[in-house]
Design a protein around this ligand. Structure first.
Ligand code: KG4
Ligand code: ZN
Length: 361
């Protein structure tokens, strides 16, 4: 089965073509074109929804056209026929309404013109299904077995999701306030770093000492599988204020201190994410642990999860998508679409900015 995927939930505009192999459920990426309006938002310190939507509109058709050409050699501009695809999978939520509308309306139009069914996809499930994607050699592919536990860590979400099969995904814990990515981004802003700060904090952390600031690890020992990161942000704010007040004109928030704060913040966030995930994996006796979302690109998180699992003699296999598949892209949306049995007509889908796991698309 060949699927066209479309992703426009936030600032990335992406289209992908993937091929599903029903023998082992592996999915090969034929094309995965991603463009982003991030450079606009870096200057303003966060996403401006109006700008994100306008940029989506500019890129959506060129991105789809490029994916079809790269993936199956289909020229959308010259060809009046439908491309040889089986369905179109599109993100319907959660996300920014203006951005979601561009992808959903484009998918509906193409579905009508090409007479192809639509598969509405929950963006968060898409992050989980990045684990089913093969970017390079199929020989590296290991089948994922259920029950599986997914940690979805993105800019807007931090969720632990228990999957008993493709149709049954339920949230067993989540953040009570800020998401992990949001914590990285807000703390980066306090330190004067551009948006999105997650990857920059990770880079600066390499030069810092993770033990220099004993930042709090909220809910690390709680009985549930919930997270909370807003206290960490407040603790960093307090520390930054103190450093600035005590500083001599040349000292203060210098590069060395910033690196130490970055290393300590990353250490605190990774610590909580890893410990809670392993605790849940043991509790539910899962066979696979899946990492997904932009923060899953964090090297420390990827390493620590594996190390902590080994030290706790966990038998579950740990899967982490390649880094470029952790951040928003359409291949993961198409991958999630492969396992959804209900197909819809162009008349039946609408965007839902508040979509979550309890009200699946
Ligand atoms: O999944 P994503 O691309 O978009 C959303 O669906 O939100 O995630 C973006 C988030 C941002 O908060 C960004 O700072 C964070 O992922 N991020 C990282 C890293 N790369 C991206 N956080 C920590 N370390 C990274 N290497
Ligand atoms: Zn995302």
């Amino acid at each position: 089965m060949i699927l066209l995927g479309i992703e426009t939930s936030c600032d990335e505009t992406s289209a992908a073509l993937i091929e599903h192999d029903p023998k082992d459920d592996s999915i090969t990426i034929l094309a995965n074109v991603v463009t982003s309006s991030l450079s606009f938002h870096a200057k303003t310190g966060g996403i401006i929804p109006e700008i994100a939507a306008r940029e989506q509109l500019k890129y959506i058709l060129p991105v789809i056209s490029q994916a079809l050409s790269e993936g199956i050699g289909f020229d959308m501009t010259a060809n009046k026929k439908s491309p040889p695809i089986d369905a179109i999978a599109v993100t319907v939520g959660p996300g920014l309404i203006g951005s979601l509308l561009i992808g959903v309306e484009t998918a509906r139009t193409l579905s009508y013109l090409w007479k192809k069914p639509l598969i509405p996809v929950n963006h968060l499930l898409g992050h989980i299904y990045a684990n089913w994607l093969i970017a390079n050699s199929k020989s590296q592919y290991a089948a994922i077995t259920f029950p599986a536990l997914a940690l979805v860590v993105s800019g807007g979400h931090t969720d632990l999701v228990l999957m008993n099969n493709h149709e049954d995904a339920k949230v067993i814990g989540g953040t009570r306030d800020d998401a992990a990515g949001e914590a990285f981004d807000k703390i980066g802003r306090l330190l004067g770093l551009p948006y999105p700060a997650g990857p920059i904090i990770a880079k600066l952390a390499k030069k810092g000492n993770p033990k220099s600031f004993p930042f709090p690890r909220p809910l690390i020992g709680s009985d549930d599988f919930d997270f909370s990161f807003s206290g960490l942000k407040t603790a960093v704010l307090r520390e930054v204020k103190t450093i600035k007040q005590l500083a001599s004109p040349s000292g203060g928030l210098n590069n060395e201190t910033i690196a130490n704060i970055c290393a300590s913040v990353q250490h605190a966030i990774v610590d909580v994410l890893v410990k809670k995930t392993i605790k849940a994996a043991k509790h539910y006796q899962v066979k696979s642990i899946l990492l997904g979302g932009g923060v899953a690109a964090n090297q420390k998180l990827r390493e620590q999860l594996k190390l902590f699992a080994i030290s706790h003699k966990l038998t579950a296999e740990i899967f982490v998508p390649q880094k470029f598949l952790c951040t928003d892209n359409a291949a993961m949306i198409a991958a999630a679409g492969c396992f959804k049995t209900t197909k819809k007509s162009w008349k039946e889908i609408t965007p839902n900015p508040e979509l979550y796991f309890s009200n699946p698309a």
